[in-house]
Design a protein around this ligand. Structure first.
Ligand code: ATP
Length: 246
């Protein structure tokens, strides 16, 4: 289980995250909703060890404290990250990207099983295995990015706005794939603007405002929460107080 406790991140004098705590269990999809600038990317980047700010607090996976560890050590511990903009190697082929995803000792251990699983999940990548990644469409590149992260054999997969720039059809496909990934027992921490589709596949959600968690609930309860509907689902109910865990 990933447990984040009292995590704060500052960029110079600007505090982007203040005392954030959350949990992601194996086989659980957790979505983090928040407006632009709320601190969502800072949160994922701090967990992934690539935040440019100064972080404090505790980030724990299976008993190991990962706060401010190097990114490769975090991957080795079992956290893989698909950053906003995907972070694939554009000049390499699909196949090379996938195999590079398994560079860690941890990735090497599960390589054959994970490759089989990634290709079952994204059969299109088999047809396109020799294609240079940057020549692929946005949706195809997202498959490569997720596949590459899965090749690291993670316990927790983090994705920052994976649906950004995808057509409605590709979005639906993406969220369907994430629901399948959960079946492997992997925990998924997802930052999304697409609240409706992400909550539809998620187990739980958190709301983040100005660097602090302001709400936490089951995804089903969040979908029907009037304040969430107004802020994130295009609803028209007046803003109401968002309940903490019921
Ligand atoms: P968006 O949805 O727009 O990507 P976000 O919720 O992911 O926003 P962050 O990118 O985490 O928010 O940014 C939170 C705050 O921290 C913002 O005020 C942002 O300007 C600031 N910030 C983020 N990265 C840096 C950085 N490298 N240096 C300075 N300030 C930063």
């Amino acid at each position: 289980m990933l447990t984040v406790t009292d995590l704060s991140v500052s960029y110079g004098l600007h505090r982007a995250l203040a005392g954030v705590s959350l949990k992601v269990s194996p086989g659980e999809i957790v979505v983090m909703l928040g407006a632009n600038g709320a601190g969502k990317s800072s949160l994922l980047r701090a967990i992934g060890g690539i935040c440019e700010g100064k972080a404090s607090g505790r980030i724990e996976l299976s008993g190991q404290d990962l706060l401010s560890q190097k990114p490769d050590r975090i991957v080795e511990a079992g956290i893989a990250f698909v950053p906003e903009g995907r972070g694939i190697f554009g000049d390499l082929t699909v196949w090379e990207n996938l195999l590079l995803g398994a560079y860690s000792k941890r990735g090497q251990r599960g390589k054959d099983k994970n490759l089989k699983w990634v290709l079952e999940l994204f059969p299109k990548l088999v047809e396109r295995k020799n294609q240079v990644a940057r020549t692929m469409s946005g949706g195809e590149q997202q498959m490569v990015a997720i596949g590459r992260a899965m090749m690291a054999n993670p316990e927790i997969l983090m994705l920052d706005e994976p649906s950004l720039g995808l057509s409605p059809l590709l979005c639906s496909e993406l969220f369907g794939n994430l629901a399948h990934i959960r079946e492997t027992g992997m925990g998924v921490l997802l930052v999304e603007q697409n609240a409706k589709q992400s909550l539809a596949i998620a187990d739980r959600g958190y709301l983040i405002e100005n660097g602090s968690i302001t709400g936490e609930n089951s995804a089903a309860a969040m979908l029907t929460n009037p304040a969430v509907q107004v802020a994130y689902l295009g609803g028209s109910t007046p803003r109401a107080e968002i309940s903490q865990e019921e």
